[in-house]
Structure formats: structure tokens, C-alpha cells
Design a protein around this ligand. Structure first.
Ligand code: SAM
Length: 260
């Protein structure tokens, strides 16, 4: 019996390469190397499947056997995407429930849902997460977030079957004046919490202050300035993952319980 996909059709805005930052993060997830033939789901791929194709290409560099299922709630977008199908790349109609596809009958290792929940009401986030969580295989992850039009600012939450684990903020450092600008691109669940007295607000405020304190370092490089800012946040007690290589790329991950 065919079930109605869960969710609503929203704007299909997308852009080539705008998810490069989140894809780099995804490619660093151990599960994609540990599983012999991991299945990735790209939920809500948009008006065209370019970013799904890019994600599979990137993951195949670390695991050539990876497969990807693009899921979209708009039947016309699915029909258009089907012309790009290959043996390891399929597109199907579906929503947050994620159809149990006849093509790839296996547990899902990772779900990427970028710029999907942004157009929903905040009250719908928990139920949508829960539906996606039910579809994860052992050790599976969900990466759910938002970015700007061309991917210079991105943020995402990483969830496993038990719930959210971390928040990642990723910036193009060149020309970055105020990291707290990322507030406009926070994952849906955090946007409305970004007000005085809430943890995410304190965090972004402190990130901005420390970034300004380190302004002298920008004569060397914005990467040094960002690295010093991450170290400053750790000294101030924020549980930031100690990953200097990622800091140099303008990316930090903070434990979820500190910002939720
Ligand atoms: C703004 S586009 C994002 C495209 C791409 N992920 C990106 O970030 O560039 C959002 C897409 O998600 C789709 N969508 C919204 N809710 C969905 C759901 N519950 N299940 C599947 N697709 C959904 C919309 O129809 C739309 O095409």
C-alpha cells in the first residue's frame, strides 16, 4: 500500500556546490568507511539533483561502494531527477518517513537534510527528526541544517538514534566580519532560541567577542584568528571539539547540550 509522504512541498532553491562544507564533514564520518557499502539518503534535494550527485561523488572518494538515494516530496522534481540515475544513485518520491525503496534494501548509514526544515514551523522539527531517526541503521547519523545561497555560511546538527549530539558552524573566513551573522542560518530548532538568556545566544555572543579580541591576528591569516577564537571558547568553558585542522577551515563543532 502506498502511503502519503510526510511533509509539504516547499521552495526547491538549491545551488551547485553550496553544500561543500557539510559534505566535507559527512565524508569524515567514520561510519562511511566502516560499512562495506553505506547507503546515504539525501532528503529534500530540491529543484534539481545536483547536490545529491555531488555528495555521492565526494563520498565515493572515501568509499567507492557508497550508494545514494535522493528523496523529494515534489513528484515533478523526482521525475526530472530520474534521468540522472545510475546503479548507485536513485531518486524516489517520499517525505520524512523515507520510503523503503525496492532498489536499496539495506539500513541507512547517513541522512543529509539540508535546507528542508527551514521552511517548516519549529513545532514540526521534533516529529520530523523522529521519523528520520526510525530509519537509521546501527551507528547511523542524520545531518540536518541550513546554509546561505552559495554555502559561505552553514550550520548543522548531527543526530543519532538517541537524539542531537552536536552543532557545527562553518564559515568562509575570508571577509568574515562577525561570526554571529550565522544566526540567520541556524538550524530551525535554534533560530527562535537565539534570544537573550538562551545558551545558543550566549555562545554566539561570546564567539563574536573572542573573534573581535583576536582581530590583530587577521594580519597573519583569518585561519589563525579563528583558531585562536576556538581556543578562547574552550578556555571559557565551551565544549568545542579539539580539531585544529577544521578550525583552520573555519569550522567548529560544539556539544549539543551546551547550546540547546
Ligand atoms: C530549499 S530545497 C533544498 C535543496 C538542497 N537540499 C539544498 O540544500 O540545496 C528544499 C527541498 O526539500 C523538499 N522537501 C520539503 N519537505 C520535504 C519532506 N518532508 N520530504 C522530502 N522533501 C521535502 C522541498 O520540496 C524542496 O525541494
Amino acid at each position: 500500500m502506498l502511503r502519503k509522504p510526510v511533509g509539504v512541498i516547499t521552495r526547491g532553491t538549491t545551488n551547485p556546490n553550496r553544500l561543500r562544507r557539510v559534505d566535507r564533514f559527512i565524508c569524515n564520518q567514520a561510519i562511511l568507511r566502516q560499512i562495506d557499502q553505506p547507503l546515504i539518503v539525501d532528503l529534500g534535494f530540491g529543484a534539481n539533483p545536483t547536490t545529491s550527485i555531488e555528495l555521492l561523488e565526494r563520498v565515493k572518494r572515501i568509499n567507492p561502494k557508497a550508494q545514494l538515494l535522493g528523496v523529494e516530496i515534489d513528484p515533478e522534481r523526482v521525475a526530472r531527477a530520474k534521468t540522472f540515475e545510475t546503479e548507485d544513485l536513485r531518486f524516489e518520491l517520499g517525505g520524512f518517513e523515507i520510503p523503503e525503496t525496492a532498489t536499496f534494501q539495506k539500513p541507512i548509514s547517513l541522512i543529509r537534510a539540508m535546507n528542508v526544515l527551514r521552511q517548516y514551523d519549529q513545532s514540526e522539527v521534533a516529529a520530523s527528526w523522529s521519523l528520520m531517526q526510525k530509519r537509521l541503521g546501527p551507528g547511523g547519523l542524520i545531518v540536518e541544517g541550513t546554509c546561505d545561497e552559495i554555502g559561505r555560511l552553514s550550520s548543522w546538527i548531527t543526530l543519532d538514534k538517541d537524539g542531537p549530539q552536536s552543532l557545527t558552524l562553518s564559515f568562509r573566513l575570508l571577509g568574515l566580519s562577525q561570526p554571529a551573522k550565522i544566526a540567520e542560518r541556524l538550524p530551525k530548532v535554534l533560530i527562535h532560541r537565539n534570544t537573550n538568556g538562551n545558551a545558543i545566544h550566549d555562545f554566539l555572543e561570546q564567539l563574536d567577542k573572542i573573534w573581535q579580541t583576536n582581530s590583530a591576528l587577521s594580519v597573519f591569516s583569518p585561519a589563525q584568528r579563528f583558531t585562536a577564537s576556538c581556543q578562547g571558547l574552550i578556555q571559557a568553558g565551551w565544549p568545542i571539539a579539539r580539531e585544529p585542522k577544521r578550525w583552520r577551515l573555519g569550522e567548529l563543532t560544539v556539544a549539543w547540550e551546551a547550546v540547546c
